[in-house]
Design a protein around this ligand. Structure first.
Ligand code: 5AD
Ligand code: FES
Length: 346
């Protein structure tokens, strides 16, 4: 296979065979990566303009019944101080976010039975009543079909649920036995069926991940066509079984961002906080690779350090307003502009 030809084929057809994806993932040199990044940005600019959409992230709680081996807030981590935000605290974060210009709120948290359908639907309804011009995104893990339906009915617009890996055996090595890949994918299908703008995604460089798996991830994006796709490097957390594992690579994450943009031109693709944690200019590199979303933190500063999914997470000490100023300058440095509009999938 030829690098230049394969890269050009991806640009032209928005699709490659699994073997061709693998070839690019394993062999792309600097020149090919730059070419794919430039083409990815051109495609993104054609669809959305030079806008990078801001989503206000509210980390509503770090209590979680799950025990994912990579995650710093897994239930076995007894050293983390647990918190859950009450309705009024969540609404206060949103009010501050609205004042700063945000028109999307992302409620993210561990799988915590406290956040029942009754509790969540009340919060969603209140948010939609106070801010009818805003989108509400949820990122609260696996729930029943009926629960997702109730949340959608209450007015939630979008749902983020990373599948973490497309390989069922790999999934089993990242998660405890009581979790299943099958249920994860079932949730994603349900979310789409219910009309949520649905986000899937995976970590880059998680333990036991192979290049072949990443090639299959590309095929999955091609077929599932998520409205959103969150990918970021795996970063070890010192209180997890993966504490001594190697972190994922920034350059591989950027190559995959470009490929995903080229496969699915309309996808909303964040330059993640994990990417910014791995490299001081990581989010900018993500944007230059074709990403078009950033998710600054609106959580109360008092709890931010407690929502530590991985070590050395950035932005845990700054006020929301500081992150907005910081990010808008960073985005400008890439030639793009921070955009506060709802930024729906189009
Ligand atoms: N490194 C990188 N990303 C992580 N996530 C959880 N733990 C880590 C880690 N150690 C990601 C998962 C999850 C999202 C909320 O954060 O992909 O879906
Ligand atoms: Fe939070 Fe830069 S984005 S300080």
């Amino acid at each position: 296979m030829d690098l230049k030809e394969t890269a050009e084929k991806l640009v032209r057809n928005h699709s490659l065979s699994e073997e061709e994806y693998l070839f690019l993932i394993e062999n792309a040199d600097e020149q090919t990566r730059n070419y794919l990044a430039e083409e990815a940005c051109a495609v993104r600019d054609r669809v959305y303009g030079k806008r990078v959409f801001a989503r206000g992230l509210i980390e509503i709680g770090n209590i979680c019944k799950n025990d994912c081996l990579y995650c710093g807030i897994r239930r076995s981590n007894k050293t983390v101080e647990r918190y859950r935000l009450k309705k009024d605290e969540i609404l206060a974060c949103a009010a501050e976010g609205y004042r700063l210009g945000f028109r999307t709120f992302v409620l993210q948290g561990g799988e915590d039975a406290y956040y029942s359908d009754a509790v969540l639907t009340e919060i969603i309804r209140e948010l939609k009543k106070n801010y009818p011009d805003c989108a509400v995104t949820l990122s609260l893990g696996e729930r029943s079909d009926e629960s997702y339906e109730a949340l959608r009915e209450a007015g939630a617009d979008r749902y983020l649920l990373r599948h973490e890996t497309i390989d069922a055996i790999h999934y089993g090595k990242l998660h405890p036995a009581e979790m299943s890949h099958e249920n994860r994918l079932r949730c994603l299908k349900t979310l789409k069926r219910l009309g949520f703008q649905t986000g899937c995604g995976f970590m880059v460089g998680s333990p036991y991940q192979t290049a072949e798996m990443l090639a299959r991830e590309m095929k999955f994006i091609e077929e599932f066509r998520p409205e959103m796709c969150g990918i970021g490097p795996f970063i070890p957390h010192h209180e997890t079984p993966f504490r001594d594992e190697k972190a994922g690579s920034v350059s591989l994450t950027c190559l995959l961002l470009s490929m995903i943009r080229l496969i699915h031109p309309h996808v909303l693709l964040p330059a993640t906080t994990a990417l910014g944690t791995m490299h001081p200019g990581g989010r900018e590199l993500g944007i230059r690779s074709g990403a078009n979303v950033v998710m600054p933190n609106l959580s109360p500063v008092s709890v931010r350090k407690q929502y530590e999914l991985y070590d050395h997470k950035i932005c845990t000490g700054e006020e929301s307003a500081q992150c907005v100023t910081c990010l808008s300058e960073r985005i400008r440095s890439t030639g793009c502009e921070l955009a506060f509009s709802r930024g729906d999938f189009s």
